[in-house]
Design a protein around this ligand. Structure first.
Ligand code: GDP
Length: 195
């Protein structure tokens, strides 16, 4: 999909602030610094629409980006940032869980992990949580350019095993530097939202 028009409609903390139109939503989740803002910017062809982190863990809102009056990308707060206090972590998870459990317009979640690292306990918990609630999920391994192409299949198998994915579960290796994987992500988004 080639996105013409992007608008950050609202940075919401409470349910009452979620947009009340009928467009389908795709949410994006991952630990702080995984490359979520870079992925969003690459997919929508903007350099700085989503904030890239100088201050990881600071984004505590659900950012609703409306794309061409067709769908929303909902940027969820990054999790697992060590310097965030326990109280703030609980607040994040409350914000995220409320959204994931109540939002009927949510059509799928893009769950980001770093291609170079074993998934964290938080990554595994998020994946299991999404599966438990029956939410369609695409696992995207970010920063693909940091691993040589010859190692991709091996990394894919290792990451799928660590997350306990089936071989058929949706999985893409992506790089915001080269754009590789973007087409597959858009294809998946299209399948979930029918746009
Ligand atoms: P966020 O906290 O998940 O939103 O992560 P950011 O998008 O801000 O990225 C965190 C850091 O990783 C930044 O320094 C980015 O430049 C870098 N980064 C993100 N995506 C990629 C990628 O695909 N390749 C490489 N080499 N670096 C990336």
């Amino acid at each position: 999909m080639h996105v013409q028009d992007v608008e950050l409609v609202i940075s919401a903390v409470a349910q009452s602030q979620y947009p009340d139109d009928t467009l389908p939503e795709i949410a994006l989740t991952g630990r702080s610094n995984v490359g979520k803002s870079s992925l969003i910017n690459k997919l929508i062809n903007r350099r700085k629409m989503a904030r890239t982190s100088g201050t990881p863990g600071k984004t505590q809102t659900l950012n609703f980006y409306r794309l061409d009056e067709k769908l929303y990308f909902v940027d969820l707060p990054g999790y697992g940032y060590a310097k965030v206090s326990k109280k703030d972590r609980e607040k994040f998870s409350h914000i995220i869980e409320t959204y994931l459990q109540t939002r009927t317009k949510l059509k799928g979640v893009i769950s980001l992990i770093d291609v170079r690292h074993e998934p964290s306990e938080d990554d595994k918990a998020m994946y299991n949580y999404l599966k438990y609630y029956g939410i369609p999920v695409l696992v995207v391994a970010t920063k693909g350019d940091k691993v040589s192409r010859g190692k991709w299949n091996q990394r894919e198998s290792q990451l799928k095993k660590a997350l306990d994915l089936n071989q058929t579960d949706d999985f893409v290796i992506f790089s915001s530097q080269t754009g590789i994987g973007a087409d597959k992500i858009w294809q998946w988004v299209g399948e979930q939202t029918e746009v």
